[in-house]
Design a protein around this ligand. Structure first.
Ligand code: ATP
Ligand code: FE2
Length: 330
C-alpha cells in the first residue's frame, strides 16, 4: 500500500509518500517565513492552500509515481493551528474523493515518533519531542503513547523564538541563539523550572529578556539560555529512562538541530548505557512522510472516511489507541 501524507499543523506544508514496506518514496515541503512577528494562523492556512498542489506534484515526480498509484491519503488532524488544520483537511478530503481512495486523519506528535523509529531503527524509545509548538517526553505503554512529561506553558522552540524576536534578532530564534551561544562559555543564572516530570519555560524567557536589557552581553545570555533549557530537558529525559526502564532515547522536532542539545543528551545517554537516536534533520522537523507513515500504521476501515475527518487543534498524543504495536511488546 502507498500512502500520501499531508502535514500542515503550523507554518510548514509537507507532502510525503511512504509505502507499507517502510520505504520513504518522497518528502517535499515548503515553509512560511513571516516578514515580521510570529506565525499568524490565517497566513499559515493561506500558505498551505497555495503550496499543497505544487508540493503534491513535486512529491509525485520525486517518487516517479502518478496519482493513480496512491492507495491511501492521510493528513494531520492535530494538534495545531485551527485554520491551518482545516485547510489541509479540506485538501486531503478532496484528494481522497477524487482518487476514490480511503482517507485517514492522524496525530502529528505520533508522526514524529513513528518516522523517528522508521528512519533510525529505534524500536521502543523514550522520545524527546522538542519543537516550536511542542515539548513532550513520550513513551509507549499499554496501548498508548503516553506523555510522561511536557511543558506546562510554552514550548522550548517558541521560547527561543520569542526571545529572539523580542530583542530584535529575528525569526526563527533557535539557530541565531545557537550561533551566539557558541562564542562564550560564560553563563548567568536563569530560572531552572522542572516540576516532577514537567517543565516551564515562560519564566526563563522573561528573565533572559530582562537580564539582556540590563546589560548582560548577548552571547552570555544565549549560552545561559541554552544551558538552562537543555539541562532541564536532559533532567526529565534521564528521569523518564529510569522510570520506564527503556534503553533507547529518540530526539526529534526542529530544536533537535541544536548541536549543544544533542551533545548533552548523548552524554547523558552514554552514562546510562542507553542508545541515542536522532533522525536525519529532514525527518526531525515537520514533514509529510511522518503523516504518511502513521496513516499506513493506523489504517483501519473504521477510522477512514469524511465523517471521521474532523480536525482537533488540541489532539493529545495519549488520546490515540495505538493499534499497530503488539500490546505484549515491551
Ligand atoms: P511543531 O508543529 O512540531 O511544533 P514547528 O512548527 O515548531 O513544529 P519545527 O521545524 O519542528 O517546526 O521546529 C521549529 C523550531 O525549531 C523553531 O522554534 C526553531 O527556532 C527551532 N530550531 C531550529 N533550529 C534550531 C537550532 N539550531 N537550535 C535550537 N532551535 C532550533
Ligand atoms: Fe511537529
Amino acid at each position: 500500500m502507498i500512502c500520501l501524507g499531508i502535514e500542515g499543523t503550523a507554518e510548514k506544508t509537507g507532502i510525503g509518500i511512504v509505502d507499507s514496506d517502510g520505504n520513504i518514496l518522497a518528502t517535499c515541503g515548503d515553509q512560511l517565513y513571516p516578514e515580521v512577528g510570529g506565525i499568524h494562523p490565517r497566513d499559515a492556512a493561506e500558505f498551505h492552500a497555495q503550496h499543497i498542489v505544487p508540493l503534491i506534484q513535486d512529491a509525485l515526480s520525486e517518487s516517479n509515481l502518478t496519482l493513480e498509484d496512491i492507495d491511501l491519503v492521510s493528513f494531520a488532524k492535530g494538534p495545531g493551528l485551527g485554520p491551518a488544520l482545516r485547510t489541509i483537511a479540506t485538501a486531503a478530503r478532496s484528494l481522497s474523493q477524487n482518487l476514490n481512495v480511503p482517507l485517514i486523519g492522524v496525530n502529528h506528535c505520533i508522526g514524529h515518533v513513528e518516522i523517528g523509529k522508521l528512519t533510525t531503527g529505534a524500536t521502543d524509545p523514550v522520545t524527546l519531542y522538542t519543537s516550536g509548538g511542542n515539548t513532550q517526553i513520550i513513551s509507549y505503554e499499554a496501548g498508548r503513547y503516553r506523555i510522561i512529561g511536557e511543558t506546562l506553558d510554552i514550548a522550548i522552540g517558541n521560547c527561543l523564538d520569542q526571545f529572539s524576536r523580542d530583542i530584535g534578532l529575528g525569526h526563527p530564534g533557535g539557530p541565531i541563539i545557537e550561533k551566539h551561544a557558541l562564542n562564550t562559555d560564560d553563563v548567568v543564572e536563569l530560572p531552572y523550572v522542572v516540576k516532577g516530570m514537567d517543565l516551564s519555560f515562560s519564566g526563563i524567557l522573561t528573565s533572559a529578556i530582562s537580564k539582556y536589557k540590563k546589560g548582560v552581553p548577548l552571547d552570555v545570555i544565549c549560552n545561559s539560555f541554552q544551558q538552562t533549557c537543555f539541562a532541564m530537558l536532559c533532567e526529565v529525559t534521564e528521569r523518564a529512562i529510569s522510570y520506564t526502564n527503556k534503553d533507547e532515547v529518540l530526539l526529534c522536532g526542529g530544536v533537535a538541530a541544536n548541536k549543544t542539545l544533542r551533545l548533552m543528551l548523548k552524554e547523558m545517554c552514554d552514562e546510562h548505557y542507553v542508545d541515542f537516536y536522532m533522525p536525519p534533520m529532514k525527518y526531525c522537523g515537520d514533514n509529510g512522510s511522518m503523516i504518511a507513515q502513521v496513516g499506513l500504521l493506523a489504517y483501519d476501515e473504521k477510522l477512514t472516511g469524511i465523517k471521521n475527518s474532523y480536525i482537533n487543534p488540541k489532539y493529545r498524543t495519549d488520546q490515540v489507541p495505538v493499534t499497530w504495536i503488539d500490546h505484549d511488546f515491551k
